[in-house]
Design a binder for this molecule. Structure first.
Ligand SMILES: Cc1cc2nc3c(=O)[nH]c(=O)nc-3n(C[C@H](O)[C@H](O)[C@H](O)COP(=O)(O)OP(=O)(O)OC[C@H]3O[C@@H](n4cnc5c(N)ncnc54)[C@H](O)[C@@H]3O)c2cc1C
Length: 336
């Protein structure tokens, strides 16, 4: 492990917020975790930080930022048309996707290009283009921080939902995830429910293969989302709101072109991006912060934005969307 005092976090969060942490602890192996929990995390305020692509730092951090830096993908076994892999928390998510594509394991290709580390992926059950992490996750290994005890949670025990899991609810900030296990299919199988994806494949006259799906997903993402290395951002800033069928009917009579997707229990999931756009916020900038020109759901740091500038834009969007639709948007990003 490496412990650094007074670390600037600008390069550790994709929003590019310039804040300073009192201490920064890099964890170099999973074996160190019990010692680190007992000697640091149980004694000081802490925040587990992966790639910082779903974190908005709003001020300096008066505690320890803990960063898992141990990586590796282990093939546990392959039989009966399935492969099981165990992946260390510090592995880059996209490395895992590319590993699966090389080995012809099906299931993660639609999740190509999502920034961040594998250890963070179960926290909000990452998802894109009709696929969620929970579709292939087998179990999660780690340690409870309050007790130091090792745990293993199966997929059901993780209580996954839309951008949600037990790690955001009952066990919030109390788990150090060390390894994530996946069960992948070795049998040809694609999820092509997102129309834009099949359209890009057709337009390019590409056969349906793992590599082509992955590359098309990357192309779509590149046209819609700003590259954090160029323009600071944290991806989708708000969750898509889920409303009852009655509420949806009332909304759609006032706004006939409202986009909605079926959600569990007969509910409807609205597009937060569309609501924000209708509230007049697409591509709008206030000071150095604003929303992205191609996707209003993405708040951006146009360069040198302070946390207050980003929060001002976020609060204004919540107010304006609420005034227009009577819907209170909920943040997807972790505000620290
Ligand atoms: C351009 C862009 C595009 C994006 N696209 C998508 C998308 O398509 N779909 C999607 O779902 N998300 C998307 N995101 C959001 C983000 O990439 C994911 O949420 C990702 O899983 C965050 O990983 P991270 O390592 O950067 O997390 P961080 O921001 O570092 O951490 C996120 C959360 O996980 C916790 N955490 C981190 N490591 C551990 C650990 N080892 N144990 C326990 N808790 C831990 C943190 O405390 C925090 O609560 C996007 C973000 C950006 C910037």
């Amino acid at each position: 492990m490496h412990l650094i005092e007074k670390q600037n976090l600008k390069n550790y969060n994709t929003f590019g917020m310039e804040v300073v942490t009192k201490s920064f602890l890099q964890v170099d192996s999973a074996e160190e975790v019990p010692y680190i929990i007992e000697n640091y995390l149980q004694r000081h305020p802490y925040y587990l930080l992966g790639g910082g692509s779903n974190t908005l730092f709003t001020k300096d951090f008066d505690g320890i930022i803990v960063h898992p830096a141990f990586s590796g993908i282990g093939l546990v076994g392959q039989r009966g048309g399935e492969a099981v892999v165990r992946v260390a928390a510090g592995e880059q998510w996209d490395n895992l996707v590319q590993y699966c594509i090389r080995r012809e394991y099906y299931g993660l290709e639609n999740l190509t290009g999502i920034p961040g580390l594998v250890g963070s992926a179960p926290v909000q059950n990452i998802g894109a283009y009709g696929v969620e992490l929970k579709d292939t996750l087998l179990k999660v290994e780690g340690y409870r921080i309050s007790t130091g005890e090792a745990f293993e949670l199966t997929r059901d025990e993780c209580q996954f939902g839309y951008r949600n899991s037990i790690f955001k609810q009952k066990l919030k900030n109390d788990c150090f995830i060390t390894y994530v296990w996946f069960r992948l299919s070795c049998i040809r199988h694609f999820t092509m429910t997102y129309q834009g994806l099949s359209k890009v494949l057709e337009e390019r006259e590409l056969p349906l293969t793992l590599r082509n799906v992955s590359e098309c997903v990357r192309t779509i993402r590149d046209t819609k989302l700003p590259n954090p290395a160029v323009v600071g951002n944290g991806g989708s800033f708000f969750k898509n709101p889920v409303v009852t069928a009655e509420r949806y009917e009332a909304l759609v009579s006032a706004f006939p072109d409202l986009v909605a997707y079926d959600a569990p229990d007969g509910k409807k999931k609205l597009s937060a991006g569309q609501l924000i756009e209708k509230a007049g916020w697409k591509g709008r900038r206030v000071g150095n912060a604003g929303t992205w020109e191609n996707q209003a759901l993405v708040l951006v740091n146009y360069g040198g934005a302070t946390p207050d500038e980003v929060l001002h834009v976020a609060d204004s969007i919540v107010d304006d969307v609420n005034r227009l639709f009577n819907i209170v948007l909920e943040m997807e990003i972790n505000r620290i």
